[in-house]
Write a protein that binds this ligand. Sequence first.
Ligand SMILES: C[S@@+](CC[C@H](N)C(=O)[O-])C[C@H]1O[C@@H](n2cnc3c(N)ncnc32)[C@H](O)[C@@H]1O
Length: 221
Amino acid sequence: MNTAAANTMGERTTGLRAILSSAAVYDLLQDALGSTRARRILVADYLHPKPGQRVLDIGCGTADMVRFMPAVEYFGFDPNPAYVKTANERASSYSAHAHVFCDRVSTATVAQHGPFDLVMSIFVLHHLDDGEALQLFRTAYDTLKPGGAIVTADPAFAPGQSAIARFLLERDRGLHVRDEAGYRKLPGNAPFEDVTTTVRHDLLYVPYSHCIVTARKPLTS
Ligand SMILES: C[S@@+](CC[C@H](N)C(=O)[O-])C[C@H]1O[C@@H](n2cnc3c(N)ncnc32)[C@H](O)[C@@H]1O
């Protein structure tokens, strides 16, 4: 158990990490580390968004993902009010239909805005304990159209990963970094099909490992 101070969002909040709560600082650091490259890969290889689709972004942060998507109907929520303000401005400039609101997985009332073709939750699960992470997949299932998909991506411990990656992961802001098996069990709270997990070591410019989870809601349930 680490002893670093943590807030209610499952994040370490001491020292430099406190500065990351600023939307502008968060965006700058993400770009420097290679977040742009990571997001392009996630969109091209896993999300496959189509113009006009209804997309939900859980834990959307500053809605950085919209920069890499075609014109979709974008819905997002996040518990950080500063991120939500930036996200609303950014999403509205990329999409004619954008709605971002302040909420968290455990209290989310997003069903009223569904159903969605695609649900994404990028770099979020490692901030959530197992209870809330399982709930995230249940919320996705309940709000997806039949045949719709959820895609998540998070930092991951992995056998054989570089010592630098492990060093950085152990200091990540998220308190719930898992290994592939830990992420794999999270969709199990709902009757998804085609569940896949992929571990990649090449999403960022710095040595780091991620686990991407994809799952599909059956066409008939
Ligand atoms: C590393 S950031 C990723 C943000 C965004 N998805 C992106 O791609 O840049 C993690 C986000 O998860 C959000 N978060 C933390 N706890 C959450 C919860 N319980 N429910 C929803 N979002 C949460 C944080 O506020 C933060 O914006």
